[in-house]
Design a protein around this ligand. Structure first.
Ligand SMILES: [Cu+2]
Length: 536
């Protein structure tokens, strides 16, 4: 039992150990044996309902062989719908790149065929029956990467190229995910000799023996499960999350009507309870939360009129009190909160003029002081704050042009430094931050076509890596990220139709690891038993 991860989540040690084990198995002839077995029994493992279980068993056996070199190895996976570049770290000399010349693989990356798309993978995964699922998974998603890599990988001895195992690990993961999402879908035989209890030559193993992937390995990848859904009125424009008395709350506001609610999210994530409601003037465009002396506050601003308030949320959540008000110039479109030396600050930006300022909120909440000002280009629509090595950063994005930056806020609050810039496709409308394995990640979403991506910020802040991509329905306008226990959630809402749901982001391997750690902490004898079980 192990944790199969995206190869990008391998530590340097795990990566090197995997590479060394591959070289070891090549030197002992095992790699060539596996390639020859795949060739000999090609018709057993392809174009039939045995395709998925046959390769699951094939991978399990190869993984067992790798574990004779080091028992902690699990095969990592390559998601070819997101990792599409021939200059990806996948093909670097310290990883898969070194095998091309060393093993005479004759690869020609990208010369023939093209990789499957996230939308194709999503469409296949949405199929309800096993018979349709395996056929399209094999044909549409599994086949193209073989000729895309080229050389040995494009032939029936493809397991002679180690990328085969990373590719098939991902295919197996898609099957595992499909099994979780379609618990009632039965195995369907494609013909005589390919049933649930028919042996998969050259082994006596049957599909029934491997149908439960959790008895073999678990997969580590972001998975979104809806835990609650409902229909609300349409028109909620703002959701400002905050914590009160240990519970997750948010303030919801309708820009058009002025309706305002304070809702509490239930401790199990199964819904929300409105604890206070009122009607305010319309037109508030920003609610930026911060804490002062342990009390939850926010700055509210109307982009149209320039009206600004600092309000304090009552300790019981039953309403708010205005502690300061003023009128500013109109047009401030973004407020990015951060802490400097424990004091709440924010960066404010006008999308129309490019005007930018860093302000410090006074300790008594009675107003703000501007400590830096500048003028940038216009058009930045998103600023997603995150911490890297304890220092406030943000990712800035222009929905119109796709320009993207990662900036670091200077320690004295006197401006920012751009540490990375690039250009993406246009149209990303939401960036929802969360932590995974202690590293900043975010979910990015396009309201126009439903495209969704989970990206990780690189440890040095010099760019991001896409870990997963998919397709949801269009029209989600607000995402409220929050945590319950160790688990990440978000509440998602569609402004136009009022649909709302709460999704949880699963982190399978982390869950298992923390379960094991809890057991280890609980007793020494359990630890000894567990040690035996984990090794077994
Ligand atoms: Cu294959």
């Amino acid at each position: 039992m192990g944790c199969r991860k995206n190869y990008r989540y391998l530590s340097a040690l795990e990566r090197d150990r995997f590479v060394q084990a591959l070289h070891y198995l090549k030197s002992t002839g095992v790699v060539d044996q596996f390639a020859s077995e795949h060739d000999t029994h090609f018709s057993m493992g392809h174009n039939s309902s045995h395709f998925l279980p046959w390769h699951r068993e094939f991978l399990r056996r190869f993984e067992d062989a790798l574990r004779t070199y080091d028992p902690d190895i699990s095969i990592p996976y390559w998601n070819s719908t997101v990792d599409r570049s021939t200059t990806s770290p996948l093909w670097a000399a310290d990883f898969m790149g070194q095998f091309d010349a060393a093993w005479g693989l004759g690869r020609a990356l990208g010369a023939r065929s093209s990789l499957p798309t996230a939308r194709q993978a999503h469409q296949v995964s949405a199929l309800g029956g096993y018979d349709g699922f395996w056929r399209d998974l094999e044909d549409v998603v599994h086949n193209p990467p073989h000729p895309w890599v080229g050389g040995v990988m494009a032939t029936s001895v493809s397991p002679g190229d180690p990328i085969f195992y990373l590719h098939h690990c991902w295919i197996d993961m898609l099957w595992a995910h499909w099994q979780v999402v379609h618990p009632g879908a039965a195995f369907e035989s494609s013909g005589a000799g390919f049933g649930l209890n028919d042996p998969m030559h050259p082994w006596a193993t049957t599909p029934a023996d491997v149908i439960d992937y959790t008895t073999i390995n678990v997969y580590d990848y972001p998975r979104f499960d809806t835990v609650w859904e409902d229909e609300w009125t349409s028109g909620w424009t703002t959701f400002m999350p905050f914590m009160l008395n240990g519970a997750q709350h948010y303030l919801a506001y309708k820009h058009g009507a002025g309706d305002v609610d304070i809702d509490r999210i239930r401790a199990d994530g199964q819904g929300v309870d409105t604890i206070w409601e009122d009607t305010w003037s319309s037109g508030w465009t920003t609610f930026m939360p911060f804490t002062l002396s342990g009390a939850q506050h926010y700055l509210a601003y109307k982009k149209g009129s320039g009206d600004v308030d600092i309000d304090r949320i009552r300790p019981d959540g039953l309403g708010v009190d205005t502690v300061w008000e003023d009128t500013w110039t109109s047009g401030w479109s973004s407020f990015v909160p951060f802490l400097l030396n424990g004091h709440p600050h924010y960066l404010a930006y006008k999308v129309g003029s490019g005007r930018v300022a860093i302000d410090r909120i006074r300790d008594n909440g009675q107003g703000v002081d501007t400590i830096w000002e500048d003028t940038w280009s216009t058009g930045w629509t998103t600023f997603m704050p995150f911490l890297l090595n304890g220092t406030p950063h943000y990712l800035a994005y222009k929905i119109g042009s796709g320009d993207v930056d990662i900036d670091r806020i200077n320690a004295d609050g006197q401006g920012v430094n751009t540490i990375w810039e690039s250009t993406w496709t246009s149209g990303w409308s939401s960036f929802v931050p969360f932590l995974r394995h202690g590293q900043p990640h975010y979910l990015a979403y396009k309201i126009g076509n439903g495209r969704v991506s989970v990206d990780r910020i690189k440890a040095d802040g010099l760019g991001v890596e896409t870990m997963w991509e998919g397709a949801w329905t269009k029209g989600w306008s607000s995402f409220v990220p929050f945590q319950l226990g160790q688990r990440n959630y978000h509440l998602a809402y569609k402004y136009l139709v009022g649909s709302v749901d709460i999704d949880t982001i699963h982190m399978t391997c982390t869950g298992i690891r923390s379960w094991i750690l809890a057991l280890i902490a609980s007793s020494r004898s359990v630890r000894e038993k567990l040690h035996v079980a984990v090794r077994a």
